[in-house]
Write a protein that binds this ligand. Structure first.
Ligand SMILES: Nc1nc2c(ncn2[C@@H]2O[C@H](COP(=O)(O)OP(=O)(O)OP(=O)(O)O)[C@@H](O)[C@H]2O)c(=O)[nH]1
Ligand SMILES: [Mg+2]
Length: 470
């Protein structure tokens, strides 16, 4: 039932300095007091029945089981609704961090009458009780999962309601336009019918809304990168320094580097943080046509990774010049839709047969950086380029980024399509009641975005991705 009192460990599993048990619901204080003895009570300074915690204060004491033995030394706080995370009465018990005492405390509370919380249920209650909307709830998940400072800032902005407010403003304008159109439909007297200029004005207002929504939609790529990491594949013929570059970006000797061509055979993958951008960085086997059977398998796997990359780091040897093998590798990197390529002319310390201009002329694609992993030349420039590509032409994450999930993108897309249909109908002077239907649909999708018209299944899906205790 939805108004049950629920309980869970809200800190991550494993050992920690402290762990927190959270209880939410009408009975939370009453249940907690059945297992808590304050230090003052213990010393006999207060009778056992008259401990009554004030809101938002910390009380030092002990959790005791039915036999009266102490389970843990704890701090208890009470946050009465509606001024709490869930808008319900919440009690939090800060205990020592081990899983055993924490589990024991949860068990005791359950015995007294609470039920274990489901994943995301605390946040779900915050949503159902109207404290946050759905976008904010989802952003809490993004905060939990943020891999970098930039991702965190973007998610935090959503939680504070930035994105929701923008959507609310767009909806308000949409509702105003709908009201004007409905007035026309309801009272179609001669003098109320729209003239050309009014049609144009309305179309203009719709175009502004469309543009605003499209700007959000574009942020999806950035969000995905901040959430999942930019899939970055280092590719090139054997022995050009791919694994050396991988190790440099990771800051540790993770991949084997030798002067033997064909050293790397397996795919190696790690997350790194380059200027606040999370990269899921992948080192691959050098690509070549002549190879033994083990290497052939490695090459196959490399090709698959290349096909799925967001960013390709194509490494060539600047000291020897572009070879037929490089050209063959470059062909492997080409594909429909394209993705970003940075060409890395490495080993410049050995003398340069190649200039950036020559490389650009040859490949006519991507930007070129000259590096020496041995001396460190050009590596800062490379990091700058990566950042530039991720935030190409857009404001950097600090001001610009917001977190958009696939669900948001789909709804934004649908709302935009309905607005486009409405604009087209306005221009074609199609009867107003048809335009009105499109606008209503657009508005409905925006309502679903913030969770106003959303089904149980969608909620189940969203909150199931949370951990228990959040
Ligand atoms: N002089 C010089 N040598 C380098 C540079 N970068 C890498 N090397 C050397 O080139 C050799 C090959 O480097 P790796 O990083 O193993 O090359 P790879 O592209 O991963 O090679 P495979 O895994 O065989 O495809 C090693 O001996 C490295 O020390 C550089 O900038 N300058
Ligand atoms: Mg290698």
């Amino acid at each position: 039932m939805d108004n049950d009192t629920i309980v869970a460990v809200s800190t991550p599993p494993g050992e920690g300095g402290i762990g927190i048990v959270r209880i939410s619901g009408e009975q939370s204080l009453q249940l907690a007091l059945q297992i808590f003895v304050s230090a003052r009570q213990k010393k006999g300074k207060n009778g056992p029945d008259n401990f009554n915690p004030e809101a938002r204060k910390l009380y030092y004491g002990y959790v005791v089981d039915e036999q009266g033995s102490e389970i843990d030394e704890v701090l208890l706080s009470y946050m009465p609704g509606p001024y709490s995370y869930t808008c319900e009465d919440i009690v939090e018990i800060n205990a020592h961090g081990g899983m055993v005492p924490l589990r024991k405390i949860v068990e005791l509370i359950i015995k007294k009458g609470a039920r274990p919380a489901e994943p995301g249920e605390f946040t779900r209650r915050a949503f159902l009780n109207g404290r946050i909307d759905l976008v904010q709830a989802e952003s809490i998940l993004s905060i939990i999962r943020a891999k970098t400072e930039k991702g965190l800032q973007a998610a935090l902005k959503n939680v504070k309601g930035f994105f929701s407010e923008e959507i609310a403003a767009i909806r308000a304008e949409l509702v105003a336009i709908m009201a004007e159109i409905d007035a026309q439909i309801d009272f179609p007297e001669e003098d109320l019918l729209l003239d050309d200029r009014q049609y144009e004005l309305l179309a203009g207002r719709l175009a502004v809304l469309q543009e605003k929504l499209q700007r959000f939609e574009k942020k999806r790529r950035q969000s995905r990168i901040l959430q999942e990491g930019l899939k970055t594949v280092i590719a090139g013929k054997p022995n050009v320094g791919k694994s050396s570059l991988y190790n440099y970006l990771l800051g540790e000797e993770r991949a084997i580097v030798t002067e033997v061509p064909g050293t790397t055979r397996d795919l190696l993958m790690e997350f790194v943080n380059i200027k606040g951008v999370p990269l899921k960085i992948i080192d691959t086997a050098g690509l070549r046509t002549e190879s033994d059977s083990v290497e052939k398998i490695g090459i196959k796997i490399s090709q698959k990774a290349i096909a799925e990359a967001d960013l390709l780091l194509f490494v060539i040897d600047a000291s020897t010049g572009i070879t037929a093998e490089d050209r063959w590798v470059f062909e492997q990197l080409q594909r429909d839709g394209g993705c970003s390529i940075i060409i890395i002319a490495n080993k410049i310390d050995l003398g340069q047969k190649l200039t950036s201009a020559k490389i650009e002329k040859e490949f006519k694609c991507g930007s070129v950086v000259e590096t020496s992993i041995l001396t460190g030349a050009g590596l800062v420039e490379l990091e700058d380029k990566v950042e530039e590509i991720v935030f190409a032409g857009e404001a950097s994450a600090e001001e610009g980024a917001i977190m958009l999930e696939a669900r948001h993108e789909q709804l934004l897309e649908k709302a935009i399509t309905y607005l486009e249909d409405a604009s087209r109908s306005l221009q074609g002077k199609i009867p107003l009641d048809i335009i009105s239907i499109d606008l209503r649909m657009a508005q409905r999708h925006l309502a679903e975005l913030v969770g106003e018209e959303v089904g149980e299944e969608v909620l189940d899906y969203i909150f199931s991705r949370f951990c228990i205790g959040k």
